[in-house]
Write a protein that binds this ligand. Sequence first.
Ligand code: TXA
Ligand code: MG
Length: 324
Amino acid sequence: MAEILPVDEALEPALALLEAGEVVALPTETVYGLAADATNGEAVARIFEVKGRPRFNPLIAHVSSMEMAEKIAVFDPASRLLAHGFWPGPLTMVLPLREGHGIHALVSAGLDTVALRMPRGFARDLVGRLGRPLAAPSANSSGRISPTNAAAVEADLGGRIKLVVDGGATPVGLESTIVKVTPEAPRILRPGGVTAEEIEMALGVKVIRGGAAGIEAPGMLTSHYAPRARIRLNATDVADGEALLAYGPTRAAGAEEAVAVLNLSENARPREAAANLYAYLQELDRSGARMIAVEPIPEEGLCEAVNDRLRRAAAPRANPSAHT
Ligand code: TXA
Ligand code: MG
């Protein structure tokens, strides 16, 4: 059972938990979110663990001010106009990450863009006090519908989290609209709390509805985060010119000869492995190795998602020049 606290008593306890790298379920104006410090990889990994997500989809980073938002992402004029028109509120924008953004790679799923939103009410106050963005997907187990009241969150996730902040029924009741402004037109990646018409009114241009949903869906993003080097899974030895992505206390044969070795988690802790995954893949890629050998990783806890991500990175690629 999680503790359930009303919003006017929850700010300090929620802050303490978030500072300690824990997750907190909280109300936003759209749906209840499962929040963690977006700059803390292990905290973000906990979100996936609690939701039981089989995959690491990119998450929305929630900000409290334009100042915080501009430190994280680069705003084009149209996106800035939308922020002024609809923030705080049920609008999320996908924007290029800015140098030194501080967002953990698990939030952006290793992409060079981030989904940003400034929520209304308690969630915004909390981000303001924390001074760092909060990553928060809807506070439900993977595959269930998004909760719009605290009791629904408690019934689903109560056994796995410490605190549910109760702000009553969420006024919007469905997720935020996700927009990406492209050179052609603003594109609605997910319809939600702000309508296409409202966005068209604010910008004075037509939006593209849903058209590229397939392209933006996480499963289709594989090529964006596939490393340059090839990936070899379940490696029990290391061949000439290979880098090694290790897991746990025992090493593959020939590990001493590897171009570079990084261990996702010496003690075989799935959450730590999840937090390290993207950064380590990138670092091993930079070593110049032609191949990254990956030690066997048992399918337990978050390592199911780690393996899913690695399998997709290892899959044959559509464009062979992408890894030359
Ligand atoms: O109303 C909401 O948006 C709620 C509340 C809690 O804020 N949050 C929410 O998060 O619905 P979630 O994780 O259930 O949905 C996030 C969506 C996913 O469909 C994900 O693929 C997309 O945002 N997304 C995140 N980052 C992205 C990116 N860089 N590019 C494209 N899509 C992205
Ligand atoms: Mg959701």
